[in-house]
Design a protein around this ligand. Structure first.
Ligand SMILES: Cc1ncc(COP(=O)(O)O)c(C=O)c1O
Length: 350
């Protein structure tokens, strides 16, 4: 191993040592007596999202497999958050970083990538994989390929992964083993890590994955068909894919819930009142599905806990989900979903 590689690993590990774990927030639901909801707040990582963990793992995977050297250009296909986090780590190691991003990526995310000296290469959403491949070949760089490697770059047995952290933080709660963990899928890496960890630890917890519109994951999960594709991309940044990504491991998922995009957006506006903070769209997708499960448990007279995820902060989406003009232009009517959420909060019924 070269001096540069051992130094690079040491820099990433030192960065990890300086980091604190993310909070597990308890969400008050006044109309629900015996079911507690928690949100793993991944927005507080230095690069602002759950992708901070993935980027660290992908860099260590590349370094330990001898795929990244001191003069390697790092290339990634990303809808934004992964690119922001990888730009953070590339800067830490002094490596050039190019994100191949869809033209529709929000200006806030582009600004974040360039803040860490990353470069953006804009393409049509359907071209990001092929273009990332081509660019890596042309520049003799390393294509990180999060959609393939997310599920194997993270050590799912533990090593302070997100699942181990959730279960450790739950240990002193009234219902320490969650009945359900509810997340969504972009690469599918987060759900794969959590699902495998649950099995490895023999927990009774079930895993639900919430899927937005314009995504093949839900239909693929129910039909078993992994070759489904769509033309149009998801309207919830970071989650929902037009193809079944290699990192999406259906066999560790117990249930999927389809969430309308307007419901996801209504949920983050609702959460702004309940939590006094803004969250990204995928958090809305997660929490809407979590509410559905809590309402079912409540109706059945069950008790227990449900854990979901706050994937990133809403400041990244001020021009879209938090902009009335954008919502209107896109034809999203949040009102019926907002009424349903307010009713759930008041009555516990969905
Ligand atoms: C905001 C947000 N939420 C959720 C996800 C999904 O995570 P995963 O890629 O682990 O499935 C992503 C991934 O990019 C994301 O950016």
């Amino acid at each position: 191993m070269s001096d540069w590689t051992s130094q690079a690993i040491s820099i990433i590990e030192a960065d990890f040592k300086r980091s604190a774990d993310t909070h597990l927030l308890k969400v008050e639901l006044p109309a629900i007596d015996n079911i507690d909801l928690y949100l793993k707040d991944e927005s507080t990582h230095p690069s602002g999202s759950l992708k901070h963990r993935l980027a660290r793992s992908l860099f260590l995977y590349g370094l330990c497999n001898g795929l990244i050297a001191g003069d390697t250009t790092i290339i990634e296909s990303s809808s934004g958050n992964t690119a922001v986090s990888e730009a953070y780590f590339a800067k830490l190691l002094g490596l050039r970083f190019i994100a191949v991003v869809p033209k529709s990526t929000s200006q806030e995310k582009i600004d974040k990538i360039t803040f860490y000296d990353g470069e953006c290469h804009f393409v049509e959403p359907g071209d990001i994989y092929a273009e990332a491949d081509r660019l890596a070949e042309e520049l003799n760089g390393h294509y990180m390929d999060q959609f393939t490697y997310a599920e194997r770059a993270t050590d799912w047995r533990g090593n302070n992964n997100i699942a181990e952290s959730i279960f450790a933080q739950m240990s002193r709660e009234i219902f320490p083993t969650p009945s359900w963990i509810v997340v969504s899928a972009g690469t599918g890496g987060t759900s794969a890590t959590i699902g495998r960890f649950i099995r490895y630890q023999c927990h009774a917890t079930k895993l639900c994955v919430a899927d937005p519109e314009n995504s093949v994951f839900y239909d693929s999960y129910n039909s078993g068909n992994r070759s489904l594709t769509l033309q149009q991309g998801s309207n919830v940044e970071g989650i929902g894919r037009p193809r079944v990504e290699p990192s999406f491991i259906a066999s560790v998922i117990d249930r999927m819930i389809k969430v309308p995009d307007a419901a996801s957006y209504a949920t983050i506006h609702f959460l702004q009142q309940v939590l006094d903070r803004r969250c990204g769209g995928s958090t809305g997708t997660n929490v809407y599905a979590a509410f559905e499960i809590i309402a079912e448990l409540n109706a059945a007279g069950a008790s227990g806990s449900v854990v979901s995820m706050l994937c990133d902060g809403g400041e990244r989406y001020l021009d879209s989900y938090y902009n009335d003009k954008w919502l209107k232009q896109k034809g999203f009517n949040l009102k019926p979903y907002r009424a349903r959420l307010d009713n759930f909060y008041a009555s516990g019924k969905f």
